[in-house]
Design a protein around this ligand. Structure first.
Ligand code: NAD
Length: 504
C-alpha cells in the first residue's frame, strides 16, 4: 500500500462520553489523486472477473462483516454515540445489499438483446451493453457511516467499478476498519479504498472520479454538483429531508404513536428520513398527542455499555446539537409549546432530550428547515386536503408516511410529493434493496437501490450488427434517383405502420 501524505490529523471523539478515541491522518489532494490512480490501474482486472468472480469476493466480505458485527458495532457506537441497538443495524443491511446485488446484478446490467421496434431495425441484431465507470467516488455523512458509504459501494463493485470512499471526517473509523480487513484479512483485490479529510479531500475525489455519489446536506450537494460540472462528471445526490407524517381519523392511533416516537427519535433523529413534521386530522389529534407524549416521555437516553440498555443515544456533532437547540428555543420564543424534552440532556456527552412540540407555525425554522435531531412537531389540521397540502409545502421531498384506514391512507399516499411513502408503516422502504430510494425537489437527484442503484454506475453502449451481409445498403452511396425512390417508398410504408399504401 502507498502511504498517504500526512497534512494533519483528525481527532475522533466519542460523542456519548466526550473522550478522544483515535486520530486519523488526513489525505492531501495528491494522495487522493494517487489512491484513485492506484485503484484505477486495478479496475480492468476486477471487471474481467465477471459477475460470478466479483460476487465470490463480495460474499467473502459479507461473511467477514457477519463474523465481526459486534466489533464493528463497538467502533460505530464509540464514533457516533449511537445506542447499541442502533449500532448493530448496519452490518445486516450491508449483508443484504451484497446478497441482493450479488444475485441481481447480471439481470440488471448484463448484456441485453433489444427487440426491434420496426422492420427496419429488425434487419439488425441489437444489443445493449453496460460498462462500469472505472472509478466511482463516494462522499458520505456521519449518521450511518457504513450504510451510506459501503452500502453504495456494493452495487458499484458488483458493476465492475473500483471505488474510493471518503467518509465524514467526524466518523472515519468503522469504514477504515472494514477496508483494512478487505485488504489484509480477506485479501480482496485492491479496488476498494478510503481517503480521509474534509472539503479539500472531497473536492479532489470529485475531480478524479468518473462518477460521483454523494450523500449529505443539500447545501454541500449543490457544491458537489457545481464542482462535478467542471469535468462533466455525472452525480447522484442523496440529500436532506423534512419528512411529514399524516395521521387520518380512524387510524390505529396506538400504532401511529409508536411509529412517530420511533421514526422521530431513531438515531437521535439524525436520519434524513426521520419524521420531523406530523399533521393530524382534527378528530384524532387529542388522543394521538396524548399517546405520543407518553411514549416519548418513557424513552431512556444515555451512553450504552456492552449490553442494550438505552433507547436514544447522543448527538454525533456538537454543531448539530447547537442547531437543534436554536431551532427549538426560537420556536418556543415565537409561541410553540414543549410537551416533552425541549433542552439539552445531561453530560458529559452531547445529548438533546427527545422532544415533542405543538403550536408550531410556518416561518419557524423547526417547521421549515431540516432539524436532524430528536424533535417532532405536531400540527392539528382540519381535514385530509389540508394535511396533504401542508405535507407537500416544503422544499424537500425525501419520504413520508400516512396512517389511517387502509383504503383512504393508500389513496392519500399517492398525493404526497416524495420519493417514498410508507402507509401505516415507518421507514420500511429503506430496508428493501429492491425498491429505489431517492428524493424529490431539493432532497436529491438519482436513486440508490433497485435496478437504478447499479445502472447509475454504468455507461451504456449500443452494439448493432446486420443480419444479412450484403455488399452494400440502400442508405449508402451512391445516391441515385431510383435508390432514393425505393428508400422513400420503404420508409413511408414502414413509418405509416403499413396503413399507407406502398409507394404513396
Ligand atoms: P454534509 O453535507 O455537511 O457533509 C457530507 C460529506 O460532504 C462529508 O463527508 C463532508 O466531509 C463532505 N464535504 C464537506 N464539504 C464538501 C465540499 N465542499 N465538497 C464535497 N464534499 C464536501 O452533511 P453531514 O452533516 O455529514 O450529514 C447530514 C446531512 O446528510 C443531512 O442533511 C441529512 O439529511 C443528509 N443525509 C441524507 C441521506 C439520504 O440518503 N438522502 C442520508 C443520510 C444523511
Amino acid at each position: 500500500m502507498e502511504s498517504a501524505t500526512v497534512q494533519e490529523e483528525i481527532e475522533v471523539q466519542n460523542p456519548a462520553t466526550g473522550e478522544t478515541i483515535a486520530s486519523v491522518p488526513v489525505d492531501s489532494t495528491d494522495s487522493v489523486a494517487a489512491t484513485v490512480a492506484r485503484v484505477r490501474a486495478n479496475q480492468p482486472a476486477w471487471e474481467e472477473l465477471g459477475f460470478k468472480g466479483r460476487r465470490e469476493w463480495l460474499n467473502k466480505l459479507r461473511d467477514w462483516l457477519l463474523d465481526n458485527s459486534d466489533r464493528i458495532a463497538d467502533t460505530l457506537k464509540s464514533e457516533t454515540g449511537k445506542v447499541r441497538a442502533e449500532a448493530t443495524l448496519e452490518t445486516p443491511y450491508l449483508a443484504d445489499q451484497i446478497n441482493f446485488y450479488g444475485s441481481k446484478a447480471e439481470k440488471f446490467i448484463g448484456e441485453q438483446k433489444i427487440r426491434p421496434n420496426s422492420p427496419l431495425s429488425a434487419s439488425r441484431k441489437l444489443r445493449l451493453r453496460y460498462s462500469p465507470y472505472p472509478v466511482v467516488g463516494l462522499i458520505s455523512p456521519w449518521n450511518f457511516p457504513l450504510v451510506l458509504s459501503l452500502g453504495d459501494a456494493i452495487p458499484a463493485l458488483m458493476a465492475g467499478a473500483a471505488v474510493v470512499m471518503k467518509p465524514s471526517e467526524v466518523t472515519p473509523l468503522g469504514l477504515s476498519e472494514i477496508v483494512t480487513a478487505w485488504q489484509e484479512e480477506i485479501g480482496g483485490p485492491d479496488v476498494l479504498a478510503v481517503v480521509n479529510g474534509g472539503a479539500e479531500a472531497a473536492t479532489a475525489l470529485i475531480d478524479h472520479s468518473d462518477f460521483m455519489g454523494f450523500t449529505g446536506s443539500d447545501v454541500t450537494g449543490k457544491k458537489v454538483m457545481a464542482r462535478a460540472a467542471e469535468t462533466l462528471t455525472p452525480v447522484s445526490l442523496e440529500l436532506g429531508g423534512k419528512d411529514p407524517m399524516v395521521v387520518l381519523e380512524g387510524a390505529n392511533l396506538e400504532r401511529a404513536a409508536n411509529a412517530a416516537a420511533w421514526g422521530g427519535m431513531l438515531n437521535s433523529g439524525q436520519m434524513c428520513i426521520s419524521v420531523e413534521r406530523i399533521y393530524v386530522e382534527d378528530g384524532a389529534y387529542e388522543e394521538f398527542v396524548r399517546k405520543l407524549k407518553d411514549k416519548v416521555d418513557e424513552l431512556s437516553q444515555g451512553a450504552d455499555a456492552d449490553v442494550v440498555a438505552c433507547d436514544v443515544g447522543a448527538m454525533t456533532m456538537e454543531s448539530q446539537l447547537a442547531k437543534v437547540e436554536t431551532q427549538v428555543d426560537e420556536a418556543v420564543k415565537a409561541g410553540a409549546t414543549v410537551l416533552v424534552g425541549g433542552k439539552r440532556g445531561e453530560g458529559p456527552g452531547q445529548f438533546y432530550e427527545p422532544t415533542v412540540l405543538i403550536d408550531v407555525e410556518p416561518g419557524m425554522s423547526v417547521l421549515d428547515d431540516e432539524t436532524f435531531g430528536p424533535v417532532v412537531t405536531v400540527t392539528r389540521v382540519a381535514n385530509e386536503d389540508e394535511a396533504i397540502f401542508r405535507a407537500n409545502d416544503s422544499r424537500y421531498g425525501l419520504s413520508a408516511s400516512v396512517f389511517g384506514p387502509r383504503g383512504r391512507a393508500e389513496k392519500a399516499a399517492r398525493r404526497i410529493e416524495a420519493g417514498a411513502v410508507n402507509v401505516n408503516d415507518m421507514i420500511f422502504n429503506m430496508l428493501v434493496p429492491s425498491l429505489p430510494m431517492g428524493g424529490w425537489k431539493e432532497s436529491g437527484i438519482g436513486y440508490r437501490n433497485g435496478e437504478y442503484g447499479i445502472r447509475k454506475y454504468c455507461r451504456s453502449s449500443a452494439i448493432v450488427s446486420p443480419r444479412l451481409m450484403t455488399k452494400s445498403e440502400p442508405l449508402w452511396y451512391p445516391y441515385t434517383p431510383s435508390r432514393q425512390e425505393l428508400v422513400g417508398k420503404l420508409t413511408s410504408f414502414i413509418s405509416g405502420r403499413g396503413k399507407r399504401r406502398f409507394g404513396k
